[in-house]
Write a protein that binds this ligand. Structure first.
Ligand code: SAM
Length: 288
């Protein structure tokens, strides 16, 4: 704890910096947690690690010691010179001063894989204000990555790692499950950061699946159905899909539920991913 805590305080003083809350800046100062992240991401010299939001570089330093190459993407201009100074002696470091949501990650990975760098992994202490768009970008762009190991808000982690069809599931649970298996690595106390975040934190690891758990006739129709089903959580699924325009009217919805042997009163979060896949494939087949 001492080590990163002192370094962080020293750097904030030296560069006369304070954390920018609008950019979700909470710097990790707990060496044990950082080691845990790098260990669970299983980083080695054959890996390209893409780090989102390196900040002052506390996680980056550990990654650079273990990875073949680290590409860090940081939006805050103030961090760029600091990072360049701090890691000037590493020849496996590349820094992009960009908004991660606008970076062509597919191209970045393709351009960096070679005989020595065999696979890509995402490792980050994410800016919490854009956790969901970042995770969805990483999954939906079907990147050639092996895993995503990230610190996120615990409440969001609960949804991401829930089993679809269980109480905590939301639309994102089904999306994550379609692309990856998810596990909790560790829950992290608020005093592991400067400044302390107002919410609880958790590190999770998503391992990208080689095969999807369900077969879909049309992925975009499936995700549209999932989105609509969770738009109004207190409504029954039948009402949600009528209101969301998935079917024309209640009669059509009832026919669908009869054909799929579903109770009219079910709510979206009780359906398994297989049941949603069957519903989506049925609707796609009917449209043809
Ligand atoms: N990795 C550092 C650590 O663990 O101490 C900092 C993590 S802090 C929670 C999140 C970092 O993401 C900040 O450095 C912030 O400036 C950066 N960030 C915020 N929005 C970003 C974006 N759209 N693209 C890239 N980086 C971003």
């Amino acid at each position: 704890m001492e080590n990163l805590y002192n370094k962080t305080k020293f750097m904030l003083n030296k560069y006369k910096l304070s954390a920018n809350k609008n950019l979700g800046q909470n710097f990790l100062i707990n060496d044990e947690v950082v080691e845990r992240i790098v260990d669970s991401a299983d980083v080695n010299e054959e890996d390209l690690v893409i780090e989102i939001g390196p900040g002052l570089g506390n996680l980056t330093e550990y990654l650079l010691e273990r990875a073949g190459k680290v590409i860090a993407i940081e939006l805050d201009n103030r961090m760029i010179e600091i990072l360049q100074d701090r890691f000037s002696l590493y020849n496996n470091f590349e820094l992009l001063n960009e908004d991660v949501l606008k970076v062509d990650l597919d191209e970045l990975i393709k351009n960096n894989k070679n005989e020595k760098i065999k696979r890509a992994k995402i490792v980050a202490n994410l800016p919490y204000y854009i956790t969901t768009p970042i995770i969805m970008k990483l999954l939906e762009e079907k990147l050639d990555i092996e895993s995503i190991t990230v610190m996120i808000q615990k409440e969001v982690a609960d949804r991401l790692i829930a089993v679809p069809g269980s109480k905590l599931s939301g639309a994102i649970t089904y999306c994550v499950y379609y692309y990856a298996t998810a596990e909790s690595v560790t829950i992290v106390e608020n005093n592991s950061f400067i400044p302390e975040p107002a919410v609880d934190s958790e590190v999770i690891k998503l391992l990208i699946r080689k095969e999807h758990p369900v077969e879909l006739e049309d992925e975009s129709e499936f995700f549209k159905l999932i989105k609509v089903s969770f738009m109004q959580r207190r409504k029954t699924l039948i009402n949600s899909i009528v209101n969301g325009g998935i079917v024309k009217n209640k009669e059509e919805a009832k026919q669908l539920f009869d054909d799929l042997d579903l109770d009219y009163n079910v709510r979206g979060e009780t359906l398994t991913i297989e049941q949603f896949a069957r519903m989506s494939n049925y609707l796609v087949a009917k449209k043809k």
